[in-house]
Each structure stands twice: as structure tokens, then as C-alpha cells.
Design a protein around this ligand. Sequence first.
Ligand code: ATP
Length: 590
Amino acid sequence: MIRKRLEFFFTKDFITQMKVFLKQISHYREIISFSLLLSIIANALGLIPALISGQIVDGYLSGRELANSPQIEKEILLWAGALFLAYVLSEVLNIIQNQVQLRFRTSFNHSLQDKLYKHVLHLPINFFNKTKSGELLSRFTNDINQITGLSNQLILTPINALLRLSVILAYCFYLSPWIALLILLIIGTLTILCMFLTKKTRPLQNEIYDKQAVIHGFLSEVFQGIRTVRSHAKEAEEISQHSQRHLDLNDTRLKSNLQIQGIYTLWSFMQAIAAALMLAGGSIMIIRGHMSLGELVVVQFFTAQLMNPIFNILSSISSTQGGLACLERYHKILSEELDNPPDSNRKKLDKCIEKIKIVNLNFSYLPDKPVLENISFTMQKGKTYALVGTSGSGKSTLADLICGFQKASIGNILINGIELQELNKENYIQHLAIVHQANFVFDGTIRDNILYGNTELTSSDLIELCQKAQLHDFIDSLELGLDSYIGENGIKLSGGQKQRLCLARAFAAKADLIILDEATSHLDSINERLIQKAVFENKNDLITLIIAHNLSTIKDVDQVIVLEKGEIKEIGTHEGLMKLRGLYFNMLKS
Ligand SMILES: Nc1ncnc2c1ncn2[C@@H]1O[C@H](COP(=O)(O)OP(=O)(O)OP(=O)(O)O)[C@@H](O)[C@H]1O
């Protein structure tokens, strides 16, 4: 019966999420218990002033002629001192409890952040294709903060409030069962009414969080693409859309606030009724000789104190709903399947990559829309390969599959004879170096960015790498050389300088498979040739795969693979394909 009633107020979903949360914080039970104990003692001390006031009224101010004796004044002063002490002690304990609580919350927040970050960084690239980065940021900031607050809303506030409620009710019951009954009646009505109303606030709370996340998503997109926004003079449109989204969010906030305000108003109204009833009931009981004046003082004081705990429980339920919605979203991300579990027992490569065999590979991003079909070819250590084809033919997708960033729908990629899916991805990636056309550089120095590819490099290694990537002249021209800051995503660098920096970082990785996906597209022909020379210098030690639109840059590779609409149309050496006078020949001629 109780369970049914609970499910009436809290949905099953709510209860499941609550259980998940309680399990999550079970590691912190010691610190939570300590914080709870402090809070209970502080609250108990908070009730003492009421009892002392009642004692002073009954003991010295009523029921007999007021005696003006130094002894009585001394006793009153002692009681007042005790009252002051109870206040002070209660406050001190509250301060300590706040500190303990903060410690728990920061450590809990930290562990939530770490867990989510660890998971997200190992999610398939597809996850990032479908999730806006701003929304993801919202999960790390707003959602995690809300989840952290749940400990207060679900544990400390209700337990404290229930305890206070029990003490007050017990005292009132001791004075008069009728007063206790009256209080219970008021509380019961109030609780049922507020529970109905708070239940209604949850959908709007969720809507607010969702809309905030969408706004973050758009903001981060616009900041990242500020050049595109500027170059299309879309500032006014973006501002108006942003403002529209905010108006929409404000609308939801206002609706939600209206609901909450309704609850508050109802609450104040009931509180006024309770105070009036107590005053009337208590006064009648004094007149009839069933209660003393001091006891009425205590009851009035307690009634006022009683309302807050109940209100805290109810507002906890409302904010808990928001927090649990955040927890739901948090766990939704954690339930996304990892393609690269960090602690898996998958096989590690015991030597460098010597052979990559691709067998009958098929892949599609969307059902029934194949991007790659029946791809089969082999790459060997010491050889260079080029993937060519028209735009959208699937070259970058194939490179992503070889790197393990995407999973083939059908077919295999065998690395030294081992199925790629059976390999420990972290270990496998350490054997690769990839440079994309639009590679990312971090906000830091040139040195930081190159060391990201290999932290063990010495200064002379760095100089050598920069020479290989044709970056040395540029670095020499900078006042701070390798220690120059390049700004967010290399804003202070030209497209070509950024590409050369990415090449230096890739060379630093000392990989056995290097994939250059349009990696020299921003370079002038002299630099492009020099870099190619550098790439081919160590070609005997690795597998080199070049994806290029400029076919004049790949004439010297050992094998050219020509893709067209996701299928291999031609494969062979430059000379062989030229003789064939097929697709490759036509591409080169055109
Ligand atoms: N994340 C994605 N979701 C859905 N479709 C995608 C995704 N990425 C690429 N595609 C589609 O897959 C096809 C192959 O894209 P891919 O980037 O591999 O081609 P590409 O040959 O490298 O092109 P380009 O030479 O222009 O870089 C294209 O039709 C593209 O629209």
C-alpha cells in the first residue's frame, strides 16, 4: 500500500534513479553519516532556545506575582546564557557541518567528472558526430552540479526535517494529543497538496535543462565557426536566433516559476492558518487550564519551526526531480557503448605493424546507404600507398576504419594477421600517426603541441622534427621560438604553418603506420615536395598511406588505390594505371 502510494507520487523511473544515486554515493557513507550527525546535533540545539523561553515564561513570568529578587534575575541571566550558548553551539556545528558537506560534495563532483570524462574520451567517434559539444559541456557543468546537490536533497534535508518533525510532534503530543492531531492534520493536507503540485514541476525543470544545453551547443558552434559567421555576415541572424532561443527558455522559466510560486503561496497561506489555529487552540487550552503560557510559547515557536522542515522536504522533492533528470542524462552517456574500453584484456601488438590486410570491407553511416563496399587490399611495411578518388568516394572513411575510429559493418581488417577489433585500441593507436587536412592543435606553445605526439623527445629531437616538417625557418623567426604560444586551435598560425606543426607532431610519434589525409593541401608546392621527401626518407621502416587530391604528389608511391562511390575501381602503380588509361588516367589528365 505504502509502496503504491509512493509510486503514485514518485514515478517508477524516479525511484529507480534514486536507487542508482544512493548506490553511487554509498562509497561516501562515512563522511555523509558524520555530516548528518553534526547536522542532527545542530538542529537539536536549535530547539533548545524554545524550551528555555517556555521555562522562563512559566518559571518566572507567569502564574504568580512577579518577585523582584536578585536570585531570580541571576537565574534568568543563567537561562539567557544557556540560550545564547545553544545558539552559538548550533551555529558552530552548522559551520563544521558545512565544511564537511563541502568536502564530500567536491570529492563526489570530482569523481563524477572523472568517470564521465574517462568514458567520453573512449566513446566511438560516431558519438561526437551526433552530439553537440556545447550540450556535452552542459553535462559536465550543469548536470554534474545538480547531481552533486542531490545528496542534500535526498539525504540530509529529509532526514533532518523528519527528525525535527518527530521531536516537535512528540513534545506537542506530550502537551496535548489534540494539538498534535491538529498539527498532523495541517501537515497532512499541506503535504498532499504540495506533492501534487511539485510532481507537475518536473517536466518543466527538464525542459529548462534541455533548452540550456541546446543554447550552449549553439554558442559553442558559433564561436568555433566565427569566421564562417563573419564571412557570411550572419551576425544579426545568429543574434536574433540566440535571442529567440533565450525568449523560449525564459518562457519555460516563467511557467516553472509560476508553479513554484503557487506552491510557496499555498504554503504561506497554510502557515498563516496553522499559526492562527495554534494561537486560538493554545489560548483556549490555557483558559481551560490544560496548558501553561510557557507551553504555548514553546508550541508557537515549534509550529513556526515545523513548517520549515516540511517545506524543505517538499522543495527537496521538487529540486530532486531536476537533479534526478540530470542523473538520468549522465547515465545515458555512461551507457553508450565504448569502442575502446581502457582496461580491456584485448591483444597488444608485440612488434611493429608489418602487414595490414583489408578483406571484403563494407561500411555505412546510415542504414541502407553504403559508403564503402567490398574493399580488399593489403599494405606491407616499407611500402607507400595512395588512396585517390573523387570527393565523397570514401577515402577518409576508409582511413578512419583502418585507424579503428569506425567499425566495419561487414569484413575484416587484419593487423599482422590479428583482427583489428580484437586489438587493444590504445596500444594499436600508439603505432599510428595521422594527419588530417583540418587537424587540431591545442592552445599552448609549439613545443607543447609537438610533445603531445611523444613526451620523451629532447630539444635536439624537436629541432630535427621541425626541420623534417619544414617548420624550422618559421620557428627561427619567432622571438620565443619553440616556446611561442599559438592561440586556440592555432589561431596565430597560417593554414600551412598549422599543417606543418601537425606533421611535426605526427613525425614525433615514431609510428609504424603514417596516414596523411590531405595533410599537405595548404602548403606551397616547394614545401609539399620537401615534406614528401622527408616522409619517404624513412619509408622502409613503416607503412605510408597518403590520401591526396593533387595526384602529382603521389606519383612515386608503390601502389595507388582508386576509389569511386565506395568501391575500388583500379589498383596498381602510377605507371601501370596510366597505361590502363582508365579512371586514374582521366583524373590525372583532368
Ligand atoms: N559522420 C558521417 N555521417 C554520415 N555520413 C557521412 C559521415 N562522414 C562522411 N559521410 C558520408 O560518407 C561519404 C564518404 O565520405 P568521406 O569523407 O569518406 O569521403 P572522401 O572521399 O574522404 O571525401 P573528400 O575527398 O571530399 O574528403 C560521403 O558521402 C559523406 O557524405
